[in-house]
Design a protein around this ligand. Structure first.
Ligand code: FES
Length: 152
């Protein structure tokens, strides 16, 4: 992990002002902010752990919890909700055998929900690994998860 953190710091600059960019790159690499990586950042950039923790919790894009390789997010905004987003969450919970907010034991999938992401015309929608999938139905969701499992 130290090697990766060093590389990220080198790319962004070993200075306090690079903290946000460094955290974003660590999040991009691991899908969350591992505590040992944050301790290394604290030491190498000379920034306190309390400042890093503050930033990590302030920005919703960051996660301090270990997440799966594939992040599946269901939009639960009003437009998606009235078009059946709850059924999509239920189907994903059934297929993945986890509850929303959890990660599968094999660390392959994390299921999350979010409020409106501004693409209501596509609802109900899910976002898988950053890609918007609109007009989703329960069978489509199952097929998508099956496909991702097969690809791994
Ligand atoms: S409510 Fe889902 S994108 Fe707006």
């Amino acid at each position: 992990m130290e090697e990766m953190v060093d590389k990220i710091i080198e790319q962004n600059g070993a200075k306090e002002s690079a903290l946000l960019a460094v955290l974003m790159d660590i999040q991009g690499e691991y899908n969350y902010l591992p505590r040992p990586a944050l301790e290394l950042v604290s030491k190498k950039l000379g920034v306190s752990m309390s400042r890093i923790s503050y930033m990590a919790t302030f920005f919703t894009a960051f996660s301090l919890e270990e997440r799966g390789k594939h992040i599946t997010t269901v939009c639960m905004g009003t437009a998606c909700h009235v078009r059946g987003a709850t059924r999509l969450v239920e189907e994903l919970e059934r297929v993945l055998e986890i509850k929303a907010g959890e990660t599968t034991d094999d660390k392959q999938f994390t299921l999350e929900t979010v409020n409106c992401v501004g693409a209501c015309a596509l609802g109900p929608l899910i976002i898988t690994d950053g890609e918007f999938q609109g007009n989703m139905t329960s069978p489509k969701v199952s097929r998508l998860i099956k496909k991702l499992r097969k690809e791994d």
